[in-house]
Design a protein around this ligand. Structure first.
Ligand SMILES: NC(=O)c1ccc[n+]([C@@H]2O[C@H](COP(=O)([O-])OP(=O)(O)OC[C@H]3O[C@@H](n4cnc5c(N)ncnc54)[C@H](OP(=O)(O)O)[C@@H]3O)[C@@H](O)[C@H]2O)c1
Length: 315
């Protein structure tokens, strides 16, 4: 396979950064975009090779259109566009300032829509291209205190499926959904926070490198959906199979596993502007949190088994 032209929105941190390094190692040409120029330049230097950096906000449509033009001017085509740009906000829905809720939707749902519009326009003209949209396990389940993020990710999943249906006439155009579980990246610490405590990835936690490799895998062999995370299927099954059990468990589990005990003053985090990345290292969990994770996994397995038995009996 010759070198590809890959655009990565959200390529300056976490999963996008890991994907950039993985594509660069394969000799692909990269166009990296995010809001903050300094982090983009750091990643470009780490990648080496043919890399163009473009400061752009995915929630601002003309900036995404300009980004596509810059990529075409630099390399003449776009073979792959992976969008991993996103922000998060913690807090009960009633406590979340409406402008924070709206901007999370603008970035995490309207952003991918802007990306898809620009990418598909190029792909249609070329006759080929792979669009990889980064969803989340939270696009397949809901959790309290993350209403804006969950709403955006559910919407993104609907958009991705619709785009797949609408591109069936173009066999060389692919639209893929990556579904990460819980990944150790700066997104948690830099999130807007109206929950009182600093957020963290709930266990079991994967590495950004594993997700970066999954994005490259999708670019190599596109498929509709790739779910990566040891607990993804179990949690999805518990969510869909026995909603009352799931809904009773998920609040306490979120408080114990997804929020640390470190107090966080009310803040907008990086929702409106790029902030300096917090490279935190792996999150630490106390014994209570690990006990809660084990109890939650057991209860969800039980609920899933029960739901499965009921399903089999009603056939
Ligand atoms: N980490 C997890 O556990 C996890 C789990 C499931 C799904 N995901 C998804 O994986 C993707 C990557 O997340 P991550 O954990 O790698 O997050 P991250 O480390 O915080 O990286 C997010 C990237 O998006 C950029 N970004 C944020 N807002 C933007 C905007 N408006 N326009 C352009 N770029 C923007 C950031 O740079 P600037 O701030 O400089 O713009 C950064 O490059 C996201 O879609 C996220 O929802 C993550």
């Amino acid at each position: 396979m010759g070198s590809r032209v890959v655009v990565l929105t959200g390529g300056s941190s976490g999963i996008g950064r890991a994907a950039a390094l993985a594509f660069a190692a394969r000799g692909d040409k990269l166009v990296l975009a995010a809001r903050g120029l300094a982090d983009l330049e750091k990643v470009a230097a780490d990648c080496g090779g043919d890399v163009v950096v473009v400061p752009a906000d995915v929630s601002v449509r003309p900036q995404v259109d300009d980004l596509a033009r810059t990529a075409l001017d630099a390399f003449g085509r776009i073979d792959v566009w992976a969008d991993t740009a996103a922000v998060m906000a913690y807090g009960r829905f009633e406590n979340l300032p409406p402008h924070v809720f709206d901007q999370v939707i603008a970035t995490d749902l309207l952003g991918p829509a802007n990306v898809a519009r620009a990418a598909l326009r190029v792909f249609r003209a070329q006759g080929h291209g792979t669009l990889i949209l980064c969803s989340s396990l939270v696009g397949h389940i809901t959790v309290p205190f993350m209403s804006a993020y969950a709403t955006a990710k559910w919407g993104l999943r609907a958009l991705t499926r619709t785009l797949r249906q609408e591109t069936r006439d173009a066999p060389d155009i692919h639209v893929c959904e990556l579904v990460p579980g819980s990944v150790d990246t700066p997104i948690y610490a830099s999130a807007a926070n109206y929950a009182g405590f600093v957020g963290r990835p709930p266990p079991p936690v994967d590495s950004a490198e594993r997700m970066g490799a999954a994005i490259v895998r999708l670019a190599d062999r596109p498929r509709p959906e790739l779910s990566v995370g040891p607990a993804n299927r179990l949690v999805e099954f518990g969510f869909a199979g026995l909603p009352p059990v799931y809904d009773a468990l998920i609040g306490p589990l979120m408080s114990r596993l997804a929020l640390s005990r470190r107090p966080a003053p009310p803040q907008d985090g990086n929702v409106f502007a790029s902030t300096r990345r917090v490279e935190g290292g792996p999150a630490r969990y106390g014994r209570t949190a690990m006990g809660a994770a084990a109890a939650g996994a057991l209860a969800l397995s039980g609920a899933a088994a029960l739901a499965l038995r009921r399903g089999l009996r009603s056939r």
